[in-house]
Design a protein around this ligand. Structure first.
Ligand code: SF4
Length: 400
């Protein structure tokens, strides 16, 4: 981590890794650390969790590049769930994961009895005050991930009073409820959101009635997405140790774009001590180049109000889609695996790991044997010019 002018180090950039491929993507685009779910104990669908061999490969990939790996164990476990935990923990210790993200105090006890892996308190535990943070530190927690209801000003006071590492969200989807305390999915869908079953029921349309009269029919429980790129200097000055990107279930275009945007913001702040208006405009424009809900700063600058409600069903559609990833860079050309149909005149942008983009059109699409194609199908291997700084795993987006 780079030292900054004030007393605190430049925050760590923590990105989601919903799969081994996404782990490699976000580490390559500059994440200092990733968080991911191990089989059974995280709050995400099984398909998004890592097996032990995948974890081993992911940790090795991250460590070789100086990045850390945090494993999420934040479902609320019953006693029978805890019985399975020690053997899983021993595997994690062997693999040398860097920390565990935990919400339940019983699980914390089992971890402390079984291993020496550092513990980060999950946002699911809803820590929103300084006394709470100090007590968690006393109980052996090395980092507190604050509830998303805490403002940056409040976080700064917590940091000074509790003297514990703090992590805060800076980008991604939001819950309308305190994390770890939402049961809408339990009641509407029979799925327990605190044991990995959230059905995103807050995103549904609801009807508000007074007696028989329909007062409104709306999406009034859905939150806009968090976006705090212009607030990066405040996170840094206030001693927030880690800025977190939400989105383990999201795709490679989101993972690559958001990671490179916040990497550039942090690096620029570390170097220059500020972000210019021009740079903020450029970074915000990048954050429009994938589908998302409208953005809000939620509670970062003061308690979230009605302006943070997203009263629509669909995401803001973006013309930008991921069209492929670079699989290999050869002597004469690079090889891209396509994700969707593209044409010779489709406008493409190669996202480099150094944060820059290269705009191009293929003109003539060629398969690996050099045969010209009218268009591509998904999962096809095609030739791409060998641009300077092109690397395996670069994401290519297109305006479709
Ligand atoms: S239903 Fe909505 S508020 Fe509740 S846990 Fe799921 S995403 Fe969060």
């Amino acid at each position: 981590m780079t030292e900054q002018i004030a007393n605190y180090p430049i925050p760590e950039l923590l990105a989601p890794a919903g799969s081994l491929e996404k782990l490699k993507t976000v580490v390559s685009y500059g994440a200092d650390a990733v968080y991911l779910g191990g089989v059974n104990f995280g709050l995400r669908a099984a398909a998004e969790n890592f097996t032990i061999p995948e974890l081993e490969e992911g940790v090795s990939f991250a460590h070789q590049r100086g990045a850390k790996v945090y494993v999420v164990i934040n479902a609320f476990p019953f006693d029978e769930d805890l019985e399975e935990l020690p053997s899983f923990l021993k595997e994690l210790e062997r693999i040398k994961v860097d920390a565990l993200i935990v919400s339940d105090i019983g699980a914390i006890k089992v971890i402390q009895k079984t291993t020496h892996i550092p513990i980060h308190l999950s946002t699911q535990a809803s820590c929103v005050n300084a006394y709470g943070a100090k007590l968690w530190k006393k109980l052996g927690v090395e980092r507190v991930i604050l509830g998303r209801e805490v403002s940056l000003d409040e976080a700064h006071k917590i940091r000074k009073f509790a003297d514990v590492d703090l992590e805060m969200f800076i980008h991604g989807s939001m819950c309308m409820a305190y994390s770890g305390n939402c049961t809408i999915s339990n009641f509407t869908q029979g799925r327990d959101s605190n044991r990995g079953g959230c059905a995103h029921s807050c995103r549904f349309e609801y009807t508000l009635r007074e007696g028989e009269e329909v007062v409104s029919r709306d999406y009034f429980m859905s939150s806009k997405d968090l976006e705090g790129v212009d607030l990066v200097p405040i996170y840094a000055r206030y001693g927030i140790d880690s800025i977190k990107i939400e989105g383990r279930m999201k795709g490679p275009l989101y993972a690559a774009t958001v990671t490179k945007v916040y990497r550039k913001a942090l690096d620029t702040y570390a170097r220059e001590g500020k972000l210019t208006t021009e740079l903020i405009r450029e970074l915000k424009a990048e954050l429009e180049k994938f589908s998302h809900r409208k953005y809000t700063t939620a509670s970062l600058l003061g308690a979230a109000g009605t302006e943070s409600i997203y009263d629509e069903r669909e995401h803001e559609k973006s013309p930008y889609q991921v069209v492929g990833t670079i699989q290999e860079v050869g002597d004469e050309f690079a090889v891209m695996e396509t994700k969707r149909k593209i044409f010779p005149e489709t406008e493409l942008e190669l996202l480099l790991f150094n944060g820059e983009e290269v705009s191009f059109k293929l003109g003539d699409i060629q398969d690996l044997s050099g045969e010209s194609l009218e268009w591509t199908k998904p999962n096809q291997l095609i030739r791409i010019p060998k641009f300077e700084a092109i690397e395996q795993r670069n994401v290519v987006r297109g305006q479709l």
